[in-house]
Every structure is written in C-alpha cells, then in structure tokens.
Design a protein around this ligand. Structure first.
Ligand code: IVH
Length: 673
C-alpha cells in the first residue's frame, strides 16, 4: 500500500477518479458520523463504496491505507505491542465542589501573575483515553494511555471506529498527534446488554468497561461489531503555532476530526459554574456517558508554562458530577436468597431511567439498612448509581409517603423452602439454614459455580442455568458435566449450534485453576483471595479438604471465621462426594506455578486491592501479582506491603492511609510489573 503523496494531476483519469471517490466517501462519512447531517442516503453511500471496491479489484495496486474499504482489515493479533508515548499522557486532578474550582482559578491566576484569565470548558468524557497519530493526513497509529509513558498499540482496532477519519480533510501537517477518548454510545451499550441478558451472558457493568474491553479484543472484526466512537480534546503535536485550546478545537474540526461536542469559553467562576450546572442537567439526555466537565486554561503558551505536578497537568481540572440520581416508587420489597443462604431485601421499583439504563430493582442490603433508612413498601425513594451496576436506594422522600404505609418487617420463613430463618448474634445477615435442600440456594450456587468468578463456562448464563434447573436437568454441580446433547435440545431456542457451543464450553471449563475451583464450590466466607491462598498452600483439593483449623489459621490472611467455615464445609460428606464426582467426570483443578519471575520485586510481598482499575480486571491484577510471587489479601493490616488503589477506592484506602501502608496507583503498579 502506498501513501497518497503523489500529485493527482499526473495520474490517469481512472486513478484520479478513484481518489476523488475515496475523498467523497470520507466527506459523506464525516457528515454522517461527525456532523450527524448526511446529504446522501445510506443506499447511495453503499453504491459509492461498491464502486470503490470494484475499482480496487481491478487495480489492487492503487489501494492505500486511507481507502474507505480498509476499515476492518487488520489481522488477528496475539497481543498488542507496547509503544512509548513521544509526549507523556498525563492525567487530570479531580475536584468535587465549587470551592475547589475557585481554588483552582486562584492558583492559575497566581501562578501566571494575572488578574483574570480565559478558561475553556469541555465535557469530561467517561471512556478510555487514546492517542492517535496521522502521517501525511492518513491515520497511522493509535495508542492507549497505558501507564502514561507507554501504552499499547491498538491501531487495527481503532481503525474500525466509524467516526474516526482515516484520511484528514484540509491541509493537515505531515505529523499530527491528537488525544481523545474512545467510548461506547449508550444506545449501543444498552442494545448489547439486552442481547446479553437474553443469551444469559454476564452484562457489562457500564459503557466505559465495555469500551475498554472492546479496545483490547484481539480480532478487529469483533471490535468493529462493538460500534465504538471517539471524541478528541487536544492536539499533542503537529500544528504550530496554535494560540489557544479553542484554536485547537477549530483546527481539529477543520481536519474532519470528531471533537467533544459541547464546549464554552469562560472568564470567571460564575461562567464556569453556569456551564457545569447546565451540563449536569443535560447529562442524562446525552447519547454518551460523561462524568463531569474539564476546565482548562485556554492560552496554550500558559498551559505549557504551568507544567505538571507528578502525573497531572496543572493547567486543567476536572469537576466531577455527583452520581446520577432518580426518584421512583417501591412497589414491593422482595427477598432474594443467596447461594450461602443469606436473605437480601430487594426493592422492586417502578422502572426508571438512570445513567443510561432502566432500573427496576435495587438492593436494600440487609434488615438493619432498611430500618436505618426507614424504607417501606409504597415509598417514593431516591436511587443512585455509582460507578457500578448495582443501584442503591439513597433516601425516602418523606413528603410523598402514604398515611397507610407500615414499617417493613423481615420475614420469618425462607420464601423458597419455608424453613424458619436465623440471625446469629453479632451478624447483620439473616439466613435460611436449609443449606443443602433449599431450591433457591441450590440455584444461586449453580449460577455462581458456572459464572466467570467460578468455572467460567461460556454460554451458560443465569437464564440457561434457570432453564436447566427448571427442567430438572441439573441439580448439582456435577450434573453439569453429565449433560448430553439430547438434553440440551430441550432448552428454549437451543439448536445445533448453541448445543455444540455449550458442550464445548463445558468441556473447556474442566481445566481450571485450583483457586478458581475452590471459589466455585462456594465455601461460605471464602472469596477468591482466600481460595487462592488455600490452593497455594494445599496444592490439591484432597489435601485442602483434610486441613485442620490450626493449620488453616497459620495461613496469613485466614482468620477464625473462615477457618471454621472451611472445616465445616469439608466435614460434610455430601460436599466431599460432590467433589469426588466432579473429579471423576474429568474436572481437573490444578495449582498454578508460572516460571520466569523468580526474582521479581513482588516476590513475598502482600497486596490489597481497592477501587476499579482501568487496564485490568481485579482477577487479572490478582494473577499478575501471584505469578510474580506476591500474595493478595482481602483486608489491610500493618503488615500489608502495598495497597493498589484504583478509581473510587473503598474503606481499605482510608485504613491504609491511617496505617501508613505504601500505596500504589495503577501507573506505579504497571511500572513495577
Ligand atoms: S484533558 C491531555 N479533556 O479524563 C490532557 N481529558 O485523567 C489531559 N478525559 O482518561 C486530559 N474528557 O482521557 C481532557 N475533555 C477532556 C477529557 C479528558 C475525558 C479523560 C482523559 C483521561 C482522564 C483524565
């Protein structure tokens, strides 16, 4: 493929026509995806595209990387090459109050010795940061932020993004590097999640995770299906001289790049605050997720002068919005029985739209929480969605309470099996003690067993498990490994292909790490960290099953409650028999040892994780630490070596701070890896 650095006049008429056609297609593409104002129909667009494809068939030597036919051409990669950023991709300081913005303005004015300054306000897109390079006007490379100094080359994946021009308009510089945010439009996110729910697959937590996951897919054809989009917010290198941030936006728009849609110039706090409040109101109607606004010193020379503090630029500040809230009515308070018998009150809500999805249920956590908040059936409540999928009830709107409503009471018998419930002294949880025979507990255990956190059986989501249990095809874990094709055909909508897929996934799941297996079988109080500690210490399931309480207590990270629960679990003959059955049916839990990290800095160190990470799932971070000889524990103590702190960290962060434990952010962690 050759770049388009030749003079059009010297070419034969056909080649000239070919290039003109390509340019016309780009212009239509830009009008459609960037401006939302197409001037031809989809049919006409397809006709033009077909014409280009036809010419390329006859003249394959003319095809160049900017041709509109070259969007989804990349090969399937094994992993993404790591590339150094020429200019580091730094981050932004966050603020949450008007006071913090006022402080920021004072700081800027003081540092720049000015009485007043012009600021540029933008939306803070809630996606994945990206650096994109154009050479001679053609899309050349896309790199993720990574640790800020180096990121992953995701060029082939980003090339599939339809709003990203592969060829720039106007007169772009020979080298242009722009920075922006890749995101999944809410409509696409909702569409996929509905489809996932129907297939019984795990849902994506939010559009940001969905976009991050998509960018890391190894096959660009799969990325193409995820319908990602991009907005740019800065020029990192290439266009000189630019005077202001607003100029940069104008320049990017001139090249046909999609830029953050809503921006404003502001001269003082009041104007910035007005923008912030206007956007906050509009937030729920936007077709993409934002989590705040970004305020930047408009003058680019001043931006440069201000420099950076550690990992953030000084010239800008993010003002983050509080989580979105909505008001709705609780029609009913139902009880959900968990896999360990815990009864959780759940608010069944009048469906309400919140942060890009429709909410019809919210957890009320436990009996005490409902009492503390005074929540009753029929109440109008305020619900909120943080960074996570599970919405929570924040408060009751007392003015709207009906005079007829009565305080809620926890039930006395399990709704699934009728057994009298128990609440142990000192525990908030109310449980159904009928562990083995309660159908609700069995179902929950099965759902957890096959989930990503357990045996990770693809194509076997909650819906499928429910159907299997409903048809009495599966009662125990081992029944899953006894399933045969003729039984699976009884499942709703299961045909040749779905049956084959499911059987293949079941077979594949037999090879499982010992830690995951222990997690999957659902020992009360044993989370993945403890399961992995057990796997490491015991080496095989038989040894672990025979461990005494004293031995277990010697393992760092296992306390009395857990040790007692583990021993009780393995003292139960039914559990032992079930494990034997699983092994006989070919499940092979194996302790894992990874070679090559004998002398790693993580060796012998203990870690605690808190908050969401941008580039790894919790499971991945845990494996990375363990592969290098480190340990991951669930709670912080004085002896913890490192706390890895992600976005929105929890109480572990405060505790670590109090105890003076060393904290790592994701960039530090990556550097140490
Ligand atoms: S400016 C290039 N502007 O927020 C200077 N960042 O830590 C630093 N983000 O993931 C970023 N919208 O990608 C800037 N209008 C905006 C933004 C924005 C979203 C992201 C950025 C990064 C995070 C900042």
């Amino acid at each position: 493929m050759e770049p388009m650095d030749f003079a059009v006049q010297q070419m034969s008429i056909n080649k000239k026509k070919y290039l003109e056609l390509c340019e016309a297609l780009w212009e239509h593409n830009r009008r459609y995806y960037v401006e939302n104002a197409p001037i031809i129909s989809d049919y006409e667009y397809d006709q033009l595209l077909e014409e280009v494809a036809h010419i390329e068939k006859v003249h394959p030597e003319w095809i160049y990387s900017g041709s509109p036919t070259q969007r989804v051409g990349g090969a399937v990669s094994e992993k993404f090459p790591v590339v150094k950023h020429k200019i580091p991709m730094l981050s932004l300081a966050n603020s949450y109050s008007s006071e913090e913005i006022k402080d920021y303005l004072k700081r800027m004015e003081k540092l720049l010795h000015k009485q007043s300054l012009v600021y540029f306000c933008e939306l803070k897109m809630d996606g994945i940061a990206l650096s994109v390079i154009y050479k001679n006007g053609l899309f050349a490379q896309a790199i993720t932020r990574g640790n800020g100094r180096e990121g992953e080359d995701v060029t082939a994946n980003v090339k599939t993004i339809l709003s990203l021009p592969l060829q720039l308009k106007g007169d772009p510089p020979p080298f242009l590097e722009v920075r922006g945010e890749v995101f999944m439009p809410i409509e696409v996110f909702v569409h996929f999640n509905i489809e996932k729910e129907e297939k019984g697959e795990n849902l994506w937590a939010n559009p940001r995770n969905a976009a991050g996951g998509a960018l890391k897919l190894l096959d660009p054809k799969e990325v193409d299906k995820r319908k990602l989009a991009v907005f740019f917010y800065a020029i990192a290198q290439g266009v000189e001289p630019l005077v202001s941030q607003s100029d940069a936006f104008t320049a990017m728009k001139g090249y046909g790049l999609p830029v953050i849609e809503t921006t404003a110039s502001a001269k003082n706090f009041d104007e910035i605050w007005c923008f912030a409040k206007r956007i906050e109101k509009k937030r729920s109607t936007l077709p993409y997720q934002i989590d705040g606004i970004v305020v930047k010193v408009d003058d680019l020379a001043a931006q440069k002068k201000l420099g950076a503090t550690g990992k953030s630029y000084r010239y800008a500040i993010a003002y983050k919005f509080a989580p979105e809230q909505a008001e709705t009515v609780i029609h009913e308070i139902t009880i959900q029985v968990g896999r360990t018998g815990v009864l959780t009150p759940v608010a069944e809500l009048e469906p309400v739209s919140l942060a890009g999805s429709t909410i019809s249920r919210a957890t009320l956590h436990n009996e005490d929480e409902v009492k503390k908040k005074g929540i009753r059936k029929g109440d109008t409540v305020v619900i909120e969605k943080g960074g996570d999928v599970i919405p929570k009830v924040v408060s009751v709107v007392m003015q709207k309470r009906s005079k007829l409503s009565r305080p809620w009471k926890m039930i006395t018998n399990c709704p699934a099996c009728g057994t009298e419930v128990v609440r142990k002294k000192g525990e908030v949880a109310v449980r159904c003690p009928n562990t083995l025979n309660c159908p609700a507990q069995s179902l929950r255990r099965l759902i957890f067993f096959v989930s990503k956190q357990g045996m990770d059986i693809d194509h076997m989501g909650e819906k499928v498990v429910r159907s299997l249990a409903g048809l009495e095809l599966v009662k125990t874990f081992s029944d899953i490994y006894r399933l045969e094709a003729n039984a699976l055909f009884k499942l709703p909508n299961f045909k040749e292909k779905s049956v084959k897929n499911l059987l293949t996934s079941i077979e594949k799941s037999k090879k499982v790490s010992l830690g995951r297996f222990i997690h999957a079988i659902g020992i009360p109080f044993v989370g993945i960290e403890t399961a992995e500690l057990l796997a490491e210490t015991g080496g095989n399931i038989q040894t672990i099953a025979r461990m005494k309480e004293e031995e277990l207590l010697k393992i760092e990270g296992i306390g009395e409650k857990m040790a007692e629960s583990i021993v009780t679990f393995f003292n139960d003959q039914a559990h032992l028999e079930e494990i034997t059955q699983l092994l006989e049916l070919g499940v092979e839990p194996e302790a894992q040892k990874v070679k090559g990290f004998e002398e790693h800095v993580f060796k012998g160190k203990t870690f605690v994780l808190t908050g969401g990470l941008e580039y790894y799932t919790r499971d991945q971070a845990r494996s990375l630490i363990k592969e290098r000889g480190g340990k991951v524990l669930s709670s912080v103590s004085k002896t913890t070596d490192y706390v890895l702190v992600g976005e929105d960290p929890g109480l572990k962060y405060d505790k670590a701070k109090r105890l003076g434990v060393k904290m790592l952010d994701e960039a530090d962690f990556r550097a140490m890896l």
